[in-house]
Design a protein around this ligand. Structure first.
Ligand SMILES: [Mn+2]
Length: 296
């Protein structure tokens, strides 16, 4: 049966990556090609691997273009909620996992802070897999000495804590918007138009959503301040942002289902929010498939 085969395929690739996770000679020395911009740190979250909404090809392009010394995976990396409902694991999602494991092998410090959609990983806190450290909440010190608290952010989400059924209803509606967004953007890509996020646009239009977002941002920043940090990096609400709130730096790295954004730290400690709006390369798939065969 095909879904089962796909499942074993995914597990196999994942297992292979984990088993061969020790320090070794880089398998593809030519990978450090030209045209890359190196960052000191990259923070990404809400990839939602395992769902059709995950923009894995774009994420792969982004990761290829930007090597880094640190890579923080700030939660909701693999969507366990949706995988439980329906198995979905295409090759491009495998490629993302392989890419991250390879980065760890090549000396990048990869830290995974689980979120609510990958809360299964919270059972592995304190462990390390293929060079990826699983940590409940991390602290990153920037090159210019600022202490950033790293947390996914779902603990601040009143909806999820108070009424789980409401979150599920929202989840389904959200999925529908994302599907619409995908169709719209494949059409835009065919017309040569840049990527445009429908759901991000809709969210901006809904005042109530904005109130909720503000409450979330203020609560997270206040907790970071209470803990004595200079700032916080979180995800969860799929809304990229970087601003001072009451003297504390609030950074949300966004997501890779709609806004395709990351928080990056430059060599001098400067933080920047980046949006990846390049259309995914067709050749990225062919390249990835070729690599997949080598790995298997
Ligand atoms: Mn989340």
């Amino acid at each position: 049966m095909e879904p089962l085969a796909t499942r074993f395929d995914a597990m196999g690739a994942l297992g292979q990556g984990l088993l061969h996770g020790g320090p070794q000679a880089p398998a593809h020395p030519s990978e450090d090609e030209t045209g890359q911009t190196r960052y000191r740190a990259i923070f990404i979250s809400d990839l939602h691997l395992g769902t059709p909404g995950c923009q894995a090809a774009a994420l792969l392009d982004f990761l290829k273009a930007h090597p880094s010394d640190y890579l923080y995976l700030v939660g909701d990396i693999v969507d366990g909620w949706q995988l439980r409902r329906r198995w979905f694991w295409p090759q491009s999602h495998n490629d993302v996992v392989q890419k991250v494991l390879r980065r760890a092998r090549k000396g990048c410090r990869v830290v995974f802070v689980p979120g609510n959609h990958d809360e299964f990983a919270r059972g592995f806190i304190g462990h390390s897999f293929g060079g990826i450290e699983v940590i409940d909440e991390a602290v990153h010190v920037t090159a210019d000495g600022r202490r950033l608290w790293i947390t996914h952010g779902d603990h601040f989400d009143g909806v999820i804590q108070c009424a789980k059924w409401l979150a599920y209803v929202g989840d389904n509606l959200y999925e529908f918007t994302l599907r619409l967004n995908r169709h719209l953007n494949s059409l835009r890509a065919r017309l040569g138009l840049p990527y445009w996020s429908l759901s991000a646009y809709l969210k901006h239009k809904v005042k109530k959503a904005l109130n909720y977002v503000t409450d979330f941002e203020v609560a997270v920043a206040a907790e970071a301040r209470r803990r004595g940090h200079d700032g916080v990096v979180c995800g969860h609400i799929h809304r990229a942002e970087m601003r001072e709130i009451g003297g504390t730096l609030y950074c949300n790295d966004g997501d890779w289902v709609e806004s395709r954004s990351a928080l990056v730290e430059h060599a001098d400690g400067r933080l920047e929010l980046v949006h990846w709006d390049q259309p995914a390369h067709a050749h990225a798939h062919a390249h990835a498939r070729r690599r997949g065969t080598v790995a298997a």
